[in-house]
Design a protein around this ligand. Structure first.
Ligand code: PEP
Ligand code: MN
Length: 338
C-alpha cells in the first residue's frame, strides 16, 4: 500500500501516520517528493487494510500495490532513482559506460585495458576476479590477486571498479576493493548472496538471470533493497532463447519495461547479450536509443589472446570508435556522458 499525502499535509500529520503504521507492527518507506510525500507501507495485507488510512488527516489517497515486489516498483517510488557510485551518478539523464576485460588476467593486461577504457571516456573499469565459468576446466579468475590489480588500476586511472562477487563468504573481501558489486546472471536467484550484498553497504549491479523473467529479476532486486540497500542498478545481458547464432538474445524491450515498472536505473551489456564483437556497436547504439542509463562493454587489449570471452570483446580500435559514436548519440539525445 502507498499513501499519497495531499500537497499541504503538515509534517505533524505525516509523523502521526508513520507512528500509527509502526504501532501496528508494519514498516514504512517514506519518499519526500518535490510537491508531496508518499509513504509506502510494508507488511501483512490484512493489518494494512485494518488501518483505514484513507480516513486520516492529510491523506489524499491510499493505493494498493498489486505486485509482490514493492520497494523497487515505480508505484512505490514514482521518481527515477539515481545511484551514486563513489561520486559517479547512474540514472537521471547521464550515460555511464563500464568497460574492461571479461577477466582480470594479469597486472599488465588489466593496466593496459584500464588505460584504453579511460581514454575512450568510460567511467568504470570492469573485470572479473572471480569468474563463474560454465566449465570447471575454464580459467576461474585470479581471486584476491585480481582485486589488488583492480584497485591499482583505479589508483592509476581514477576509474571506478565494478567486479563480480560469486559467493557469500567473499562479499566483505570484494567490497573492500570494489566501488560496486556485480551479481552475475548465474547468481541472480542466489537469495543468500542477494541478502549479503544488500547488507554490504556497496552499490550493486544486478544482472538478469540466464532465463529470468522481468518479474523474477525485480523480485531479486527486491531482496537486495529489502536489506536496506537502495543502490541497485539492473543490467540486461540477454536471455536464453531458441536462437543459436547469438550467444543470448538481447532483450532491449526490457529497458522500457523496467523503466515502466521500476524506478531503478537500467544498463545494457551487449557483449554477453550477443556473444559477438561485431554486434556490440549496433546493440550499444540501440540500447542508448532505448533509454538505457549506461552500457557494460567487454574490452581487451588483444581479444585473440583473451582467457575468456575473446569473441565478444572489442579491441582497442573498435572500442574507441564505439565510444565516439556513443558520445555523439548521447549528445543528440541530450544524455550527458560524464
Ligand atoms: C560478466 O559480466 O563477467 C559475466 C560473467 O556476465 P553474466 O553474468 O551476464 O554472464
Ligand atoms: Mn565475460
Amino acid at each position: 500500500m502507498v499513501i499519497v499525502m495531499n500537497q499541504n499535509a503538515t509534517g505533524e500529520q505525516i509523523k502521526r501516520i508513520i507512528g500509527r503504521v509502526h504501532q501496528a507492527g508494519l514498516r514504512t518507506h517514506v519518499v519526500e517528493g518535490e510537491f508531496r510525500t508518499i509513504i509506502g507501507i510494508i507488511g501483512d495485507k490484512k493489518t494494512i487494510m485494518a488501518l483505514a488510512v484513507e480516513a486520516l488527516e492529510g491523506v489524499e489517497k491510499a493505493v494498493p500495490i498489486s505486485s509482490s515486489y514493492k520497494l523497487v516498483s515505480r508505484d512505490f517510488h514514482p521518481q527515477s532513482s539515481i545511484v551514486d557510485v563513489s561520486g559517479v551518478k547512474i540514472g537521471g539523464g547521464s550515460l555511464v559506460v563500464m568497460g574492461g576485460p571479461c577477466a582480470v588476467e594479469s597486472r599488465e593486461q588489466l593496466m593496459e585495458a584500464a588505460h584504453i577504457v579511460k581514454e575512450g571516456g568510460a567511467q568504470f573499469l570492469r573485470g572479473g576476479a572471480y569468474k563463474p565459468r560454465t566449465s570447471p576446466y575454464a580459467f576461474q579468475g585470479l581471486e584476491e590477486e585480481g582485486l589488488i590489480y583492480l584497485a591499482e588500476a583505479r589508483e592509476a586511472t581514477g576509474l571506478k571498479i565494478v567486479t563480480e562477487v560469486t559467493d557469500v563468504t567473499a562479499v566483505d573481501l570484494v567490497a573492500s576493493y570494489a566501488d560496486m558489486l556485480q551479481i552475475g546472471a548465474r547468481n541472480m536467484q542466489n537469495f543468500h548472496l542477494l541478502k549479503a550484498v544488500g547488507r554490504s553497504g556497496k552499490p550493486v549491479l544486478l544482472k538478469r538471470g540466464l532465463s529470468a523473467t522481468i518479474e523474477e529479476w525485480l523480485h531479486a532486486a527486491e531482496y537486495i533493497v529489502n536489506e536496506g540497500n537502495y543502490d541497485v542498478v539492473l543490467c540486461e545481458r540477454g536471455i536464453r532463447t531458441y536462437e543459436e547464432y547469438t550467444r543470448n538474445t538481447l532483450d532491449l524491450s526490457a529497458v522500457g519495461a523496467l523503466k515502466h515498472l521500476s524506478h531503478l536505473p537500467v544498463i545494457v551489456d551487449p557483449s554477453h547479450g550477443t556473444g559477438k564483437w561485431h554486434l556490440v556497436r549496433s546493440m550499444s547504439m540501440a540500447a542508448v536509443a532505448a533509454g538505457a542509463d549506461g552500457l557494460m562493454i567487454e574490452v581487451h587489449p588483444n581479444p585473440a589472446e583473451a582467457l575468456s570471452d575473446g569473441p565478444q570483446s572489442l579491441n582497442p580500435g573498435n572500442y574507441m570508435a564505439l565510444m565516439k559514436d556513443i558520445i555523439k548519440l548521447a549528445d543528440f539525445l541530450n544524455n550527458e556522458v560524464r
